[in-house]
Design a binder for this molecule. Structure first.
Ligand code: UDX
Length: 469
């Protein structure tokens, strides 16, 4: 059992603190936001994360988890002084893609000013390579009297929506420090998880996080580029990804073509890594291409709709899904939110629906029609764009959707549906990278049946049905 303070009650901090408490440690979660802490003390979560509320409640009742805004209370409880202080504050994207470290700075300064006993400062926030050394400098300069401390980098690899299970079943735990015994002390916390633990130096640990996220983003942009080529050549990217994924060197994960990556991590981390490279005079060509392809995926969808509706002025467009991915209410860098704005810029009237992200969306979107469900959204639409593959969208009554639309145009930005089933229901359906409207490979245009769907595609064996989904 260790005494732990976690600074920051966002996705990373709250999940980390709660899971450590669940593993039997005594954890105080601290945040400078009074409202968030007051709510947590009442059992109200600041974020939507499956399983978190129940786990918080259980550990608060057991006396292992508490919340405060006071550094003094969090760090210096005479009965349980914090041995380990995790920094899990936000590092938003600043100017030129550079990570904005103001919250990391203020957390480090507060630790330095308040801690009255030796501590290990563990950085979980995603920070530019070299930040661990910078944190050390800040603490040294801010301490009124010298109190020993060490800095360890322990990057998080949690996915929103499955953060608890990712925390408890990690593929690996990375710990970087110049102080081996400090890293080993943090490693003890993770022993019960029976995961591989890698001890390395500070900067390498920080880089592992960026390189991992950049690689995953690269896989997504790669398959999106392949999708665009598939579309032009009449192949089906879903099947291509399955066929590629059987190769163990490639793997099937993160090869879902669609509207591309969003969220609080990939966009900002790829951009921050490119910025770090540029500052060092390197030319991160692949990272630039990854970002470019990701942005283009959104533009391509607008083009698809514009072409099918003969312009967007005064057209009614329904956006189905606003969260950047399913099982989260997070709309940061979300394709759905971006598309709303892009369609509005071209004069379209936009309706939106998302199962859990409506409140967040209402705060940032202007002049949209907020719908209570997918069927209300479909009413009178000239086109619908599915942007988030929520489970509840998998079993929609699509005939009902189709019947209430003004024009039956459906753009499936996550390749959720079976194209042939959609054609049979009378939709003018487009996935991304699914090879309809086949180009004239042999010099002849593919015949169409007036729905805008290719006749050949209709007779094509049902694609995308053998991937176990
Ligand atoms: C990610 C990393 O997975 C996690 O390890 C890291 O620490 C934080 O960032 P998260 O942002 O929660 O987690 O989302 P993730 O599930 O990784 O998906 C990121 C984005 O990529 C989503 O927008 C998702 O829709 C998109 N995606 C994912 C694809 O477009 N295709 C895929 O095949 C996989």
């Amino acid at each position: 059992m260790k005494n732990i303070t976690v600074i920051g009650v966002g996705y990373v901090g709250l999940v980390t603190g709660t899971c450590f408490a669940d593993m039997g440690n005594r954890v105080v979660c601290l945040d400078v936001n009074d409202e968030r802490i007051a709510n947590l003390q009442q059992g109200v979560m600041p974020i939507y994360e499956p399983g978190l509320e129940e786990m918080v409640r259980r550990n608060v009742s057991a006396g292992r988890l508490s919340f405060t805004t006071s550094y003094q209370d969090a760090l210096n409880d005479p009965d349980a002084p914090a041995e380990l202080v995790f920094i899990a504050v936000g590092t938003p994207e600043g100017v030129d893609g550079e990570a904005d470290l103001r919250y990391v700075r203020s957390a480090s300064e507060s630790i330095a000013e308040v801690a009255d006993h030796p501590t290990i400062i563990v950085n979980k926030s995603t920070v530019p390579v070299g930040t661990g050394d910078w944190v050390s400098d800040i603490v040294v300069h801010k301490q009124a009297t010298t109190v020993p401390f060490s800095v360890v980098s322990n990057p998080e690899f949690l996915r929103e929506g499955s953060a608890i299970s990712d925390f408890l079943n990690p593929d690996r735990v990375v710990l970087g420090s110049l102080d081996r015994s400090a890293a080993e002390c943090v490693a003890q916390l993770y022993f019960p998880l029976r995961a591989p633990i890698m001890l390395t130096d500070l900067r390498t640990a920080e880089m592992i996080k960026y390189a991992s996220n950049a690689f995953l983003a690269t896989k997504i942009s790669f398959i999106n580029e392949i999708a665009n080529i598939c579309e032009a050549l009449g192949a089906d990217v879903k099947e291509v990804a399955i066929g590629m994924g059987y190769d163990k060197r490639i793997g099937r994960a993160f090869l879902d073509a669609g509207l591309g990556y969003g969220g609080s991590c990939f966009p900002k981390d790829v951009s921050a890594l490119a910025h770090m490279a540029n500052v060092q005079g390197k030319h991160p060509q692949m990272l630039q291409a990854v970002m470019q392809i990701n942005a283009d995926q959104r533009r391509n969808v607008v083009t698809k709709v514009r072409d099918l509706t003969n312009g967007l002025e005064n057209k009614s467009i329904g956006i189905l899904g606003l969260a950047f991915k399913p099982n989260t209410d997070d709309i940061r860098e979300s394709p759905g939110v971006d598309l709303v704005r892009m369609f509005q810029q071209e004069g379209a009237l936009v309706k939106v629906y998302d199962p859990v992200a409506m409140q967040n969306a209402a705060r940032v979107l202007k002049d949209v029609h907020l719908c209570e469900g997918p069927y209300e959204l479909a009413e009178g639409c000239d086109a619908i764009v599915l942007t988030t593959e929520w489970n509840e969208f998998k079993n929609l009554d699509l005939l009902r959707v189709r019947r209430t639309m003004r024009l039956p145009i459906f753009i499936d930005g996550r390749n959720l549906y079976d194209p042939n089933a959609m054609y049979e229901m009378g939709f003018i359906y487009r996935g991304l990278g699914r090879g309809y409207g086949l180009p004239p490979l042999n010099g002849h245009s593919a015949k169409t049946d007036g729905t805008g769907n290719s006749a050949k595609q209709k007779n094509h064996p049902t694609p995308g049905t053998n991937d176990g989904k």
